[in-house]
Write a protein that binds this ligand. Structure first.
Ligand code: SF4
Length: 375
């Protein structure tokens, strides 16, 4: 049975109660004004995030994926209130922080920390890393001796030595700098960490080390992660649930295994088809998307994906698809949320990691599978 979800209650259909959620994002909108002319009048709006809703349960990791420019980083930064939302609610621990002033955010920000993609640019090159790690503690009035103790402990937790606190950022490798970024976020003993492409700038061998550190810290400190990445393999490794964004909107959100084995949004299917298969006996049919991502200045009508979707029909141009729960097939009871008019008919046979999506007939009844993988 299909359950329709309005923008204000996404993800709650089959879950037990609001106390499970550390964060609820409801209809989040972030537009950036474009100014021109001598008077610098607003002549257009870049619709970076346009009505995104999801919930994050305490202790889980939600992965947010999508192409560059889809709005995932803006979503993370807006949740952190590094930029103010245009509209919508950001309910953290039961409080709508979208409405808080900068002064009121100071206390809440202690519980919400961010890890940036580029650890080098997020560390002051003139300041020893120990001071950078302890900066938040200093702002919140933690005494020096306690600060130094916490900094030493955090450095040890991320696999560095307490003596490293006196060194400068240029004395560390990229992986070590990202560990310092994690230690800095951790020093505030946060409840939620927004990790914005935390391993994208690192070598593959270092990526797994940093991901394992994040997992260990989550286990030991009960952390909740919003993990933003463009690499689906990384997201698969660390996430409990995964949300796929396209052009400022959420296209699909469900359990990790459900998403990788039963993707229903054509955009998700195209993204998954691009993941290399390590087994040479499995042949995956790559779905090549036509054209470029449209401009967020003037996004397409109806379904924003219709200009690139090989399944698009007239209704896709005319009507925006509802964000609705089509039910998970993995037996978890968790919602499988998707924004596609034909989500019931886009089922593909996953066959492990191989998948094929074609011969789609939108007028035909839903099929068990469209076509199995070739081996
Ligand atoms: Fe494609 Fe239409 Fe579904 Fe959008 S609503 S993803 S255009 S089939």
């Amino acid at each position: 049975m299909v359950t329709r979800i309005d923008n204000g209650s996404a993800g709650r259909a089959n879950l037990s109660g609001s106390q499970d959620y550390i964060l609820q994002v409801k209809g989040l909108v972030k537009y950036f004004p474009v100014r021109s002319g001598i008077l610098q009048r607003v002549t257009a709006q870049v619709k970076a995030v346009d009505g995104v809703s999801f919930d994050v349960r305490r202790g889980e990791t939600i992965g947010l994926v999508g192409e560059s420019g889809c709005g995932k980083t803006t979503t993370g930064r807006t949740i952190m209130r590094l930029t103010d939302p245009t509209r919508g609610a950001i309910i953290f621990e039961g409080q709508d922080i979208a409405k808080l002033s900068a002064g009121q955010m100071k206390h809440t920000r202690k519980d919400m920390q961010i890890i940036f993609q580029d650890p080098y640019s997020s560390l002051d090159p003139r300041v020893p890393v120990g001071e950078s790690i302890g900066e938040g503690l200093l702002i919140h009035g933690t005494p020096k001796s306690e600060r130094e103790q916490i900094v030493s402990e955090m450095l040890k937790r991320v696999g560095l030595h307490p003596e490293h606190s006196r060194r400068y950022p240029h004395e560390f490798s990229g992986g070590q700098r990202q560990r310092i970024g994690i230690a800095r976020a951790l020093s505030m003993q946060p409840k939620l960490i927004v990790a914005d492409e935390p391993v994208s700038a690192l070598d593959v061998s270092i990526q797994s080390q940093v991901l394992n550190i994040l997992k260990d810290l989550q286990r030991d400190f009960g952390l909740t992660y919003l993990f933003i990445a463009h690499n689906l393999s990384v997201v698969e490794h660390i996430s409990d649930r995964v949300g796929v964004m396209y052009l400022g909107k959420m296209a699909e959100l469900c359990d990790r295994n459900e998403l990788f084995e039963n993707p229903r949004h054509p955009y998700t299917q195209a993204l998954l088809s691009a993941i290399p298969v390590p087994d040479p006996r499995i042949r995956r049919e790559r779905i090549i998307l036509k054209g470029d991502v449209p401009s967020p200045l003037n996004p397409p009508s109806g379904c924003r994906f219709h200009t690139r979707c090989w399944l698009a029909q007239q209704i896709c141009t005319d009507e925006e698809p509802a964000w609705r729960d089509i039910g998970s097939e993995n037996g978890s009871g968790n919602p499988h949320l998707v924004a596609c008019h034909f989500a019931e008919q886009t089922k593909v046979k996953a066959g492990g990691t191989a998948m094929v999506a074609r011969n789609f007939d939108p007028t035909a009844p839903a099929k068990e599978s469209i076509e199995g993988p070739k081996s």
